[in-house]
Design a protein around this ligand. Structure first.
Ligand code: ADP
Length: 306
């Protein structure tokens, strides 16, 4: 096994009475996209800023690429890339000029053209950064974070406020970083984003980790069942539905039947042959599996964005 790129143990940060980070431990393997998920105020940014060496923990240890971050926060800065808030750019400078400028701060830096290609900004490379869209500006911010060719990249809520298309295009960039072998620590409160991107993730609430694993693993751990839904059809009675293979519960609400099953493929097949036999067609048929949102709801009793 590779040594973890980041290892955090019993991390604590206290603000007055508030234990903003209350004993967090996790390890991130090199080359992974690792997600910190949680609602606003959960302690994600505080955790990330401690790992970046920007805030001093009140307890616990952090090792990043073998460096003890608590003892040597300065050394970490050479090894990492941090996505800055894009509003802080010199607006009249182009992406190419900004990348050259930021590159000049480091002994070793990547050529602007390579960075521009990584984040798909070729068309806008010479436009003033003020003329970029929100999504393009976020991609430029990621290019700037990569200027010193860091092994570990921190992206704090990179897609907040972006429209769906811009978000997807940013996801492509994050996948590209993984393909280039970077380790990415990503915070997000978009569960779908975490499902799409993260190799592993932790869910944080009130400064503590309440779940960790892969998105699929967490969903399966907490939800054994999926459901089949369709519009009511009188011939498909509760009794008949309940006796289908795999079916373990039938519910009826708002003119729709929901059939819960531990083996949804088998149950759906049996439902369709029963419907055939009875000469009816279940209209509006759809199959639902649980999502990370359901996991979060189950663990905390609330929706992530409440
Ligand atoms: P998240 O990134 O998950 O939204 P944060 O790490 O920003 O959460 O904040 C965690 C908690 O710590 C919040 O309740 C926040 O108000 C509090 N907090 C963050 N920074 C400070 C600070 N500098 N002083 C006091 N409280 C803070």
């Amino acid at each position: 096994m590779n040594k973890p790129a980041i290892e955090v143990a019993d991390l604590v940060k206290i603000y007055g009475e508030l234990r903003a980070v209350d004993g967090i431990s996790f390890a991130v393997d090199p080359g992974q996209v690792f997600g910190l998920l949680g609602p606003n105020g959960a302690g994600k940014s505080t955790t990330v800023e401690m790992i970046e060496g920007l805030r001093k923990p009140d307890g616990g240890s952090i090792t990043l690429l073998g460096v003890d971050v608590v003892r040597q926060p300065q050394r970490v800065k050479e090894l990492i890339g941090v996505q800055l808030q894009s509003t802080a750019f010199f607006k009249q400078l182009s992406a190419r000029r900004l990348l050259r400028l930021f590159g000049s701060f480091f002994k070793k830096s990547l050529p602007p053209d390579q960075l521009i290609a990584w984040v798909n900004l070729e068309e806008k490379a010479d436009a003033p950064s003020a003329a970029l869209s929100g999504g393009q500006r976020q991609r430029l911010a990621i290019a700037i974070a990569l200027v010193n060719d860091p092994q570990v990249v921190f992206l704090d809520e990179p897609t907040t406020g972006l429209d769906p298309q811009a978000r997807r295009s940013l996801w492509d960039v994050i996948r590209r970083l993984r393909a280039e072998g970077k380790t990415v620590l990503l915070t997000t409160h978009y569960l779908e984003e975490a499902e799409q991107l993260c190799d592993r993730l932790v869910i944080i609430d009130h400064g503590r980790i309440i779940a960790s694993g892969t998105a699929d693993g967490l969903i399966h751990e907490h939800f054994e069942r999926a459901s089949v839904e369709f519009f009511n059809e009188p011939k498909l009675t509760h009794e008949r539905l309940a006796s289908l293979p795999g079916a373990d519960k039938v519910e009826e609400a708002n003119g729709r039947m929901t059939l819960y099953s531990g083996d949804v493929a088998h149950t759906t097949r049996a439902l369709l042959s029963l419907a055939d036999e009875l000469g009816v067609a279940p209209r509006g048929l759809s199959v639902h599996s649980a999502t990370l949102e359901d996991v979060f709801l189950k663990l905390t009793g609330k929706h992530l964005r409440e």
